[in-house]
Design a protein around this ligand. Structure first.
Ligand SMILES: [Zn+2]
Length: 75
């Protein structure tokens, strides 16, 4: 209770904010795992950059415009 008085926020509000914080953590973990899966899937794209997965089909500069990785000749 002394803690509540110091901060000036009721304990129930703290509980709710902690639950929300937990939810945010779970959502961030879920989204980052989705992102990781997408990045891994992107790397398997034929003609994609080996470093970042950027689609390099039709690229003639010899470097990935996304990350600057040297492009290997595909022919
Ligand atoms: Zn790249």
């Amino acid at each position: 209770m002394a803690f509540d008085l110091l901060i000036g926020v009721p304990a129930s509000a703290w509980s709710i904010s902690l639950v929300l914080l937990d939810c945010v953590g779970v959502i961030i973990a879920f989204l980052s795992s989705l992102l990781a899966v997408r990045l891994i899937a992107k790397r398997d794209v034929v003609g994609g950059c080996e470093a970042c997965g950027y689609d390099l089909q039709g690229n003639e500069s010899g470097t990935c415009p996304e990350c600057g990785e040297a492009v290997k000749a595909t022919q």
